[in-house]
Design a protein around this ligand. Structure first.
Ligand code: BGP
Length: 471
């Protein structure tokens, strides 16, 4: 039998020593126990109560994957499939049922136990503070539109740093902060499902400000860890090199990527974005001193979630000047003929996109330390791939991960400062309105059999990749 050294010599794609191999998940999508042990309602619990029909098969967030009860079994499985790190999120409404005020001791016990178990298993906990889950009590006063909520978030973050920061050394303020802006205030897929660009901008701005303020507190506490943000970056590609297409693509990039990337890493907003907002009369309310806080409190670590690119062309028909403002007044998305698709999710699969993002971060963002914090493939009806031994043969997922990892590897070879790869997600989980439709996990969750777990073929494959530190 070959020694590990010999195996590693033969590897085509060998990753740097200490590479972070693992996966990511979020509280609302995995914990369950949504109304147990003092947890307050969040917007998902509430929205489901109001409009269950919006959710695939009417499955709500109360069910999810029972991580609250089964975290020990799950962490053992993480270890078994080669995880050296795992990202979870803390549920704000579990910690503070009213969003602020009294902390819920049962929540503190739960997160302490989870973190202790991860540490004892040698799976490093990466902890995110906000993953789309506004406490309902905070939403009732306007959610991120209200500046009071920014301070409540910073208080919640401070409590988490103090309670868990002795063991957690990688923190994240937000996951994909642009998604609640788009879903909640532009395109109707998150609560409060309003269409109001003015609010959307204020929400985005306050979220960003809350991140900078939480980073400030973290640095003041001198806890000897790193703090970052996780952004979904969708690289923009113009249909052609025609200047109008190129300009449209650059604007889409400024609006959907650089709006959070620039202030988070460089401490300021992209000039193109600011000038559009000024021109259209949509500048958010910014208080004196805010920009200094944003400037001084940039991230140490950037998480990159990558699923799909954005294909852009110049506007073909002039927008109706009477219609309410939306950023797509400046460009059109288009469907590139012949592109590879994930038919279950309707997303294009373009593996090189991950390389383009990482090289952009290297060249234009000071080569800040970063990692792939989400990448994954949701597939409907995976049960049909279960073999006679009970294992889901998800070769398509192995191929998906492998093809992306090749591009990550190339970026590293060319000097990008990439420290790890986390799949979305560890086990099949509940998704925002899609519920359990598409499965993403290394581990399947059989809802018919009391959420029984079983490792898919991709999980076994990933174990080898992690052990060999390459493939
Ligand atoms: C990301 C989110 C995750 C997860 C994933 C897959 O945007 O951070 O929470 O849900 O996308 O998307 P979906 O579940 O919508 O298919």
């Amino acid at each position: 039998m070959k020694t590990l050294d010999e195996v590693q010599k033969d590897l085509h794609y060998r990753f740097p020593e200490g590479f972070w191999w693992g996966s990511s998940a979020s509280a609302t999508q995995t914990e369950g126990a949504a109304n147990l042990d003092g947890k307050g309602q969040n917007i998902w619990d509430y929205w489901y109560e109001q409009e269950p029909n919006r959710f695939f098969n009417k499955v709500g967030p109360v069910v999810t994957s029972q991580f609250y009860y089964r975290y020990k079994e799950d962490i053992a499985l993480m270890k078994e499939i080669g995880h050296n790190s795992f990202r979870l999120s803390i549920s704000w409404s579990r910690m503070f049922p009213n969003g602020k005020g009294e902390v819920n001791d049962k929540a503190v016990d739960f997160y302490n136990s989870v973190i202790d178990e991860l540490v004892a298993t040698d799976v490093e906990p990466f902890v995110n503070l906000y993953h789309f889950d506004m406490p309902m009590a905070m939403q009732e006063i306007g959610g991120w539109t209200n500046r009071v909520v920014v301070d409540a978030f910073v208080d919640y973050a401070t409590v988490c740093f103090r309670l868990f920061g002795d063991r957690v050394k990688k923190w994240f303020t937000h996951n994909e902060p642009i998604v609640p802006v788009e879903g909640g205030y532009m395109y109707d897929f998150h609560y409060p499902n309003e269409v109001d660009f003015g609010k959307a901008i204020q929400v985005g701005y306050h979220t960003l400000l809350s991140s900078a303020k939480a980073i400030k507190v973290y640095k003041e506490l001198e806890q000897d860890g790193k703090i970052g943000i996780i952004l979904n970056l969708t690289p923009s590609y113009p249909r052609s090199q025609h200047p109008a297409d190129v300009k449209a693509s650059q604007l889409a990039d400024a609006i959907f990527n650089r709006s959070f990337l620039d202030p988070s890493v460089k401490g300021g907003f992209p000039a193109e974005l600011v000038s559009i907002l000024k021109e259209e009369g949509y500048m958010p309310m910014i208080e004196e001193g805010d920009m200094d806080i944003i400037k001084a409190n940039t991230v140490d670590l950037l998480g990159v979630n990558y699923y799909q690119p954005r294909r852009v062309k110049a506007k073909e028909n002039l927008p109706n000047p009477e219609a309410p403002f939306m950023p797509d007044r400046y460009f059109d998305n288009y469907v590139m003929p012949g592109r590879k698709m994930n038919p279950h999710r309707g997303w294009e699969i373009y593996e090189k996109g991950v390389y383009d993002i990482l090289m952009n971060v290297k060249e234009n963002y000071g080569n800040i330390e970063c990692f792939i914090s989400e990448n994954g493939m949701g597939v409907e009806g995976e049960e049909r791939f279960r073999d006679e031994n009970g294992m889901i043969q998800d070769d398509y997922r192995i191929e998906f991960i492998g093809e992306h990892l090749k591009w990550v590897h190339k970026a590293i070879q060319e000097g990008a400062n990439v420290k790890g790869y986390h799949l979305w997600t560890f086990m099949d989980n509940w998704s925002w309105t899609n519920a359990y439709k598409n499965r993403y996990g290394f581990v399947s969750v059989d809802l018919e059999k009391d959420s029984e777990r079983s490792i898919k073929k991709s999980g076994h494959w990933f174990k080898k990749v992690s052990e060999n530190n390459g493939f």
